[in-house]
Design a protein around this ligand. Structure first.
Ligand code: PMP
Length: 429
């Protein structure tokens, strides 16, 4: 595969942009190094790179592109937005329309506020939780990602009920001490940590269906227990649905699970490809936010007309009848095909899948928590990633990410992908 132009552009990027990338996960460090593929154009389920190679894409821009690239309905909405002026700094009717649309789709959101990223959305739910409860500590689950604000860049302490340590230079130890990180799907660790810290915890951050150490669903009874004990101890539950909202059906993962968090953070899909985040929840909690209450949050770009119109258009597309049934059908076809190819070539794998999102783990173990995902064969994933790329399939360059099928993928794309997977497995061992 010709990669001369990607390599030249990346080399130049490294001189001007730190690390050559604007988000660390875009680099190929986790898959054995080399220049990341520099893409030039995207349409439907396909990417074309700067060397003229074509790829079937499952990165989906790390999740937002669920309707496929350059969807005509979204493109038209964004074009119209640009023609009418990109940024006003005043209220617009689009914000109201979009807020109503999101509220109708997701139960329990009395009030919402739009921001510009998932990071901002989660960061603000923490501030609001702290303002509302008057407490400072937060709890989260190991391996879940909640953006890059200080409090959520904290690693687990050495035991299930110890305080955290900074996971990034620049995060003060005093901040890390406010964070308790425990394993997902582990009721004992959760109960022990809540016994110790429960009455000091402002909120518990939950990815209700994990997307950040691969797709991992909560085990039966785990999240209901989290809700029950949180309520008992007066801690709020915040669902980080930045990946999950509108991913598996037209609405939240919370609704699928039959659970109601106090606050929710949204992002990715709801922007239709433009920068966005949102948070919302019960009025009594949201009313602590400025200008109504004492918890401050603001944004020059927040609720900008282009992101609103792009988001509205994306949700309109997602209302297409049977869209999610089709994502699930293609997801099942891809899962089944990959498993068969793995069996044929004696490659030990496990697939976790929910609707059109799946993760291939290089292990035979069942994956329910981060330690298990971490123990899977990263080197083998790196090789698999590069072989797929060579055969025209683009994934996220990390063993922890999901493959995202879009509504633009067809059965033919899945079949072509399975041919590439077969070739990759044949060369892998
Ligand atoms: N929460 C979750 C669950 C995420 O997956 C991400 C991004 N991958 C974020 C928050 C942060 O979102 P953003 O990159 O838009 O800041």
């Amino acid at each position: 595969m010709e990669r001369t132009n990607s390599e030249a552009i990346y080399a130049e990027a490294c001189e001007h942009i730190v690390g050559g990338v604007n988000s660390p996960s875009r680099g190929y460090k986790a898959v054995g190094g080399g220049a990341p593929t520099v893409m030039e154009r995207a349409e439907g389920p396909y990417f074309w790179d700067v060397d003229g190679n074509k790829f079937i894409d499952y990165l989906g821009a790390y999740g937002p592109i669920i309707t496929g690239h350059a969807h005509p309905h979204i493109t038209a909405a964004v074009t119209k937005a640009a023609e009418n002026g990109l940024l006003y700094g005043t209220p617009t009717k689009h914000e109201v329309k979009f807020a109503k649309m999101i509220k109708e789709a997701i139960p329990g959101l009395d009030k919402v506020r739009f921001v510009n990223s998932g990071t901002e959305a989660v960061m603000t739910t923490i501030r609001v939780s702290r303002a509302f409860t008057g407490r400072t500590k937060i709890m989260k689950f190991a391996g879940c990602y909640h953006g890059h604000s200080d409090l959520v860049l904290v690693a687990a302490g050495s035991g299930p009920a110890t305080l955290g340590t900074p996971d990034s230079a620049g995060v003060p130890k005093t901040i890390a001490e406010e964070v308790i990180t425990i394993p997902f799907n582990n009721p004992e660790a959760f109960k022990a940590a809540m016994d110790k810290w429960g009455d000091q915890i402002a909120c518990i951050l939950v990815e209700p269906i994990v997307g950040n150490f691969g797709i991992v669903e909560p085990q039966e009874g785990f999240l209901p227990l989290v809700h029950e004990i949180a309520k008992e101890k007066g801690a709020l539950i915040v669902y980080d649905e930045v990946i999950t909202a509108f991913r598996f059906h037209y609405g939240s993962a919370a609704e699928l699970l039959g659970l109601q968090p106090d606050l929710m953070a949204l992002g990715k899909i709801i922007g239709g490809g433009l920068p966005i985040g949102a948070y919302g929840g019960k009025s009594e909690i949201m009313d602590t936010v400025a200008p109504l209450g004492p918890a401050y949050q603001a944004g020059t770009m927040a609720g900008n007309p282009a992101s609103m119109l792009s988001g509205i258009a994306c949700l309109e597309v997602l209302q297409t009848p049977d869209l999610y049934t089709e994502l699930d059908r293609l997801g099942a076809m891809l899962e089944e095909g990959i498993l068969q190819a793995a069996k044929k070539h004696h490659v030990p794998i496990t697939i976790n899948r929910k609707c059109g999102a799946l993760t291939v783990f290089f292990t035979e173990e069942t994956i329910v928590n981060y330690d298990q995902a971490e123990a899977t064969d990263g080197e083998r994933f790196g090789k698999f990633f590069k072989l797929l790329l060579k055969n025209g399939v683009n994934l996220a360059p990390s063993k922890y990410e999901a493959w995202f099928i879009t509504s633009a993928h067809t059965e033919k794309d899945i079949q072509d992908t399975l041919v590439a997977v077969d070739l990759a497995f044949a060369e892998l061992l």
